[in-house]
Structure formats: C-alpha cells, structure tokens
Design a protein around this ligand. Structure first.
Ligand SMILES: Cc1cc2nc3c(=O)[nH]c(=O)nc-3n(C[C@H](O)[C@H](O)[C@H](O)COP(=O)(O)OP(=O)(O)OC[C@H]3O[C@@H](n4cnc5c(N)ncnc54)[C@H](O)[C@@H]3O)c2cc1C
Length: 261
C-alpha cells in the first residue's frame, strides 16, 4: 500500500538556471519550439525535452493553443555543470509539495531527511491527539527473511510464511492488528485521552502528512532511498518522487541523478 501524490510544484528547469545566472546579473529565457493547436504527444515532448504551456498570445501570435518551449543548450549545460560541481543552491529554488501516507516506522525513516524538506514550518501531519478514527495498519505483501551474508540491515527476497510451528504469519498479524484496534477503540470509548490511547498502536499504523521541499533535497533523499541498502518498503515512495520530479524538472533532475547530458 503506497500512497503518495504530488500536490504542487513551484518553478521549473529555468528557475534553477536563472538562480545561477543571477551571479552575473543575467537572466535566461525559454526557447520557443512552436505553437500547436493541441497538446502534442507526451512521449514526443519528453523525447525532445520540451514543456507545454497554455498558449500565450504575447509569446506566439495567433493562438490560444499550446506553446512548446525548451531550455536552450547553454542553459542545459549550465545545469549539468552545477550538479557536477556540487553547486547545490540553485536547485533549492525549485520546489515540490507531496501528500503521503506511510506506516509510522517508514515515515520515521523519511523524516530523517531534514535539510531542504521543511520540518519546522512546512510539514503538517495528522495528529492522533485530535483524530480518533480507527487506525489503518500496513500489511506488507510478505514477511521477508533476515539478509544473508552477514549484512546487518535489510532483508532477503525469501519470505517467512509460518511461525509457532506452522501457523500462517499473515493470520497471526491480522489478529494482532485487530486486537490493537479493539484495545484502542475501547480505551477511547472509556474516555482515555486520544494522546494516551494512541500509545498502544503498532508501528504499522498509517500516518499521513503534507510536506514541501526543494528538488535538491528530494534528489538527495531519492538517491539514498532507491539504493539497494534502503528498506524495500520505502522504495516505492522514492520511486514516485523520482518519476514525478523527473517529469516536472527534466534537466535538473537528470543532472542531479548523475545522468550525462
Ligand atoms: C540505508 C540507510 C540506513 C540508515 N540507518 C540509520 C540508522 O540505523 N539510524 C539512524 O539514526 N539513521 C539511519 N539512517 C539515516 C541517515 O543517518 C540520515 O539521517 C538520513 O539518510 C538523512 O540523510 P540526509 O543526507 O538526507 O540528511 P539531511 O539531514 O537532510 O541533511 C542533508 C545534508 O546536509 C548536510 N548536513 C546535515 N546536517 C548536518 C550537520 N549537522 N553538519 C554538517 N552537515 C550536515 C549533510 O551533507 C547531509 O547529507 C539511515 C539512512 C539510510 C539511507
């Protein structure tokens, strides 16, 4: 169960480029590729690295259709050289906001990525001091074994199917979750404060929040969390960020992912 959506973005590849060009008191613009009555095929646009914008008569006379624009080669090269040389600050002006829902244990891993993903003023989470809805619990598709070969963290692809001498692990976990849910419900019914009753909920309890961060910060997070050492359950979230920011900030994202121009 991976639940994540892109809420909004601010800026684009040109934002990154112009944040760097301000050092020389310069500003760059988009190269206009052409006007089209309708949106062109998304694959074709991706292949040419062009971005569609609603038609703007001041940019292109003649229509309310779509205007296609692309970064010029000099600006694309600049973005790649910024990433290569570790000039990270221009990438911090391109921003994205996500809404996501994860089990507490995985959310805690995500939360460790602090710099450039606002924690003080831009992270808002469901509060179980107020909310007493019945909690949802994460049920993984299988219970992976410990890793082999002396690795201290992670898991193997093999699954443990049964415990206690042949009892299906999934049934036992479902019963455990149900028992936690009932205990929680009873405590709430009997007047225990939500901030106290939540203490009996397991690590698999889903939590939900909205966060805002820079493309720079998400690139660092994605690089660490799609790595083979990262926990398998966090990877689909990192993969979603990879896909969405790759589509919205194609040149900056490729540069930060180390893809050659
Ligand atoms: C596979 C894996 C296993 C992990 N295991 C554990 C674990 O067992 N226990 C645990 O607690 N954490 C663990 N972590 C979390 C890890 O230690 C980092 O906290 C987390 O990956 C966030 O890293 P970040 O570089 O995105 O950090 P951020 O805090 O977002 O910082 C971003 C960058 O800013 C710089 N920076 C941040 N703070 C400072 C500072 N105080 N001084 C100087 N430079 C700074 C660093 O260059 C850093 O890379 C693990 C992470 C991964 C990916």
């Amino acid at each position: 169960m991976t639940i994540i959506s892109l809420v909004d973005t601010m800026g684009d590849d040109l934002t990154v480029c112009n944040a760097a060009r301000v050092s020389f008191n310069k500003e760059s613009g988009w190269d206009t590729v052409g006007p089209f009555a309708e949106e062109i095929d998304a694959q074709a646009a991706k292949a040419q690295d062009v971005q569609a914008r609603p038609g703007d008569d001041s940019l292109w006379q003649g229509g309310a259709g779509w205007v296609y624009q692309r970064l010029n080669d000099k600006d694309a090269k600049l973005i790649h050289s910024l990433a290569r040389e570790g000039h990270w600050s221009p990438f911090s002006h391109a921003i994205a906001q996500f809404r996501m829902k994860m089990p507490l244990a995985i959310a805690r891993q995500w939360y460790k990525h602090r710099i450039g993903i606002e924690k003080d003023c831009g992270w808002n989470e469901v509060s179980r001091r107020y909310v007493v809805d019945m909690p949802e619990f994460y049920m993984p598709s299988g219970w992976r074994k410990r890793p082999t070969g002396g690795a201290k963290q992670g898991s193997s692809d093999e699954l443990v199917e049964t415990i206690f001498g042949g009892k299906p692990i999934n049934n036992l976990v479902a019963a455990h979750y149900e028992s936690a849910r009932r205990l929680y419900e009873e405590m709430i019914t009997e007047g225990v404060a939500p901030e106290m009753a939540r203490l009996v909920l397991p690590n698999a309890t889903m939590t939900e929040w909205v966060e805002t961060g820079s493309v720079m910060a998400y690139a660092r997070l994605v690089n660490l969390r799609i790595d083979p050492h990262a926990q398998k359950d966090i990877k689909p979230y990192a993969a979603f960020v990879f896909e969405t920011l790759g589509a919205r900030f194609p040149t900056a994202w490729r540069a930060l992912m180390g893809v050659k121009p």
